[in-house]
Structures are given as C-alpha cells and as structure tokens.
Design a protein around this ligand. Structure first.
Ligand SMILES: [Zn+2]
Length: 216
C-alpha cells in the first residue's frame, strides 16, 4: 500500500517527528529532514536533537530559516523570554506555523521528486491544536493537489496514536528517546512544566526513560 514512498520529513527533534521519521523509513525512502528556525526559544536544543535523530536515521538534515516569522511569535515562544510556565494553548500558538512548515516542506518535496511530506500530527496534539487534526491534513492535501505540479501529499503516520502509544512503540524498537527535545524552553534538561513537557511527562509515566529526560 505504501511501497517505497519517497518523502521529506518535518523534524522538530521531538517525540512525534522521531516516530514519523522512523515509520517513514520503514515504508520507504526519506530524502531529507527539515527543521525550521523561526526564532523559537528552543531552536538550539531542537537543532541538536534533530541532528542526533537525523544522524541516527542516516538522513540529511536541512535547517530552513524563517526569520520573518519570528516577529509574530507569542511571548511564550520568544527567544529571550525565560519564564518556563506556559500552560495554555494560546501562549504557545505560532501564527499558522504548521500551515507554513508543511508548505515549505512540500516545496522541497516537489523540487526533490518526493511524493510525501511526513508530519507528526497525533491524537494528543489534535485535541488541543486545530493544525494537527485529520481535517487539517485532508484540507492541506486538497490545496497541495493544486499548489504543486506533482500532487505532493502530507502523510501523518502517527495520526492515530497518542503520545503514550508512541513512547511504547519507541521503547519497543529502541528508538533514541534520550536525544529528543520536546520542551518549549532551552534549559539543560526538559523544564517539566511547559505544555509540551506536561504532555510528554504524561506519556512517559511508568517508563524508566522518563528519568533520562526529566531528572537532573
Ligand atoms: Zn518544557
């Protein structure tokens, strides 16, 4: 069904995109992983995580700079704001981020002859963010049919999974969870209190690997 799909993977360095990349490699060829730099506070941490993951997967990583987007970041995501206490979706919403990122990656995919853009949308994110829902994926795909000549499509291989499902799958298959970066902050370790850390902590509950990411 998904024989040798050729894809470009949107990599953030977090759990969702690690699983997306791994599944995409199981089912085809990944020609490029893309990490966006839009001025997010955690960029350097994401970059280091993404590089580790890309090296592990033996996939080239390209950093795409989107400096114009940084002017519209919410306070909770700004580089020099060090308060590690966001809990609400509105505090971390980057204007049209996934819309922008998918289209950037789709441009790369079209140019490189890849049929798919791998996107880490999942059930947990879909519950809080409209740009992680199946509806968003479907509607983006309808637009991409017209905005690319090759009909590049978004592929969300973890769309039916929760973060807990992904943690279980990652542990079962020895994926490098110790290298992920999911935190909105840029401390030495995951802050444990931001919205993203809260979700990850919940998913890791009961697993020893929680200690790798959250303990000093
Ligand atoms: Zn955090």
């Amino acid at each position: 069904m998904t024989t040798m799909r050729k894809s470009v993977v949107l990599l953030s360095g977090g759990l969702d995109s690690l699983l997306g990349l791994w599944l995409a490699k199981q089912q085809g060829q990944v020609v490029l992983a893309v990490l966006a730099n839009y001025g997010q506070r955690a960029f350097k941490k994401e970059c280091s995580a993404a590089q580790h993951i890309a090296d592990w997967a033996e996939v080239p990583l390209q950093i795409i700079a989107l400096p114009w987007l940084s002017q519209w970041l919410p306070v909770g995501m700004v580089a020099d704001n060090e308060s590690p206490k966001q809990a609400a979706t509105a505090d971390v919403w980057v204007p049209n981020r996934n819309g922008v990122l998918l289209n950037v990656a789709a441009a790369a995919a079209e140019a490189m002859g890849a049929s798919h853009v791998v996107f880490g949308a999942n059930l947990d994110e879909a519950a809080g963010f409209s740009d992680n829902t199946q509806q968003f994926v479907d509607d983006t795909n309808a637009a991409l049919q017209l905005s690319t000549q090759t009909g590049v499509q978004v592929w969300a291989p973890v769309a039916g999974m929760t973060k807990a499902d992904m943690v279980a799958l990652a542990l079962e298959n020895n994926l490098p969870l110790q290298h992920i970066w999911s935190c909105y902050n840029a401390g030495a370790q995951h802050c444990g209190v931001c919205l993203s850390c809260q979700h990850l902590k919940q998913a890791l509950r009961g697993h020893n690997s929680a200690a790798i990411l959250f303990e000093k």
